[in-house]
Design a binder for this molecule. Structure first.
Ligand code: COA
Length: 149
């Protein structure tokens, strides 16, 4: 088989977190090749997801397109390391790159640490500053209104 035919069966690509076990296998193979099979101290550690942000886009007729932050969470043991700040940085970049005028989110009134966390980063409390309240029609209301009652 020609060299280029063989090569076309392979793909060079950047490593991804899920490649860790296979990369560790190759590290061990290389150490064996270098006659030091027991020198590898590295162990495989499953990449762990320790936080997440869930968002979607919505539209406000006054503001235009905006990014709505639905969920924002970092596991207790990993808080205070700057992971939340990194997530907010990424969300801000996404918002700007997608032409959003701002980011909206809800915080329950007793969640003082998070309220302060957002306020320290310049967030405005629209309930106190502009008097907005969040309302809901539940399914019963929807059914009743849909039936025209
Ligand atoms: C809000 C939250 C996502 C922030 O994530 P984080 O990774 O801890 O954020 P950072 O590390 O960037 O910043 C943590 C802040 O708390 C302070 N902090 C220090 N140690 C801390 C600890 N052990 N736990 C929490 N906060 C700590 C930091 O000084 C920092 O304050 P700063 O405003 O001066 O930077 C996280 O605290 C969380 O998941 N809270 C519970 C869920 C929640 O309230 N979500 C938001 C719902 S609206």
């Amino acid at each position: 088989m020609a060299h280029s035919d063989t090569l076309s069966r392979f793909r060079v690509r950047p490593a991804e977190p899920q490649d860790c076990p296979e990369i560790l296998r190759l590290i061990k193979e290389l150490a064996a090749y270098e006659n030091m099979p027991d020198a590898v101290q590295l162990t495989e550690e499953e990449p762990k997801i320790v936080g997440f942000a869930m968002y979607y886009y919505t539209y406000d007729p006054w503001i235009g397109k905006l990014l709505y932050l639905e969920d924002f969470y970092v596991m207790d043991d990993y808080r205070g390391w700057g992971i939340g700040t990194e997530l907010l940085k990424k969300l801000s970049q996404i918002a700007l790159d997608t032409n959003c005028g701002c980011m909206h989110f809800l915080v329950v009134v007793w969640n003082k640490p998070s309220i302060e966390y957002y306020m320290r980063r310049g967030a405005s409390d629209l309930s106190t500053e502009e008097g907005w309240h969040l309302f809901r029609f539940d399914k019963e209301n929807l059914l009743r209104m849909a039936m025209g009652e």
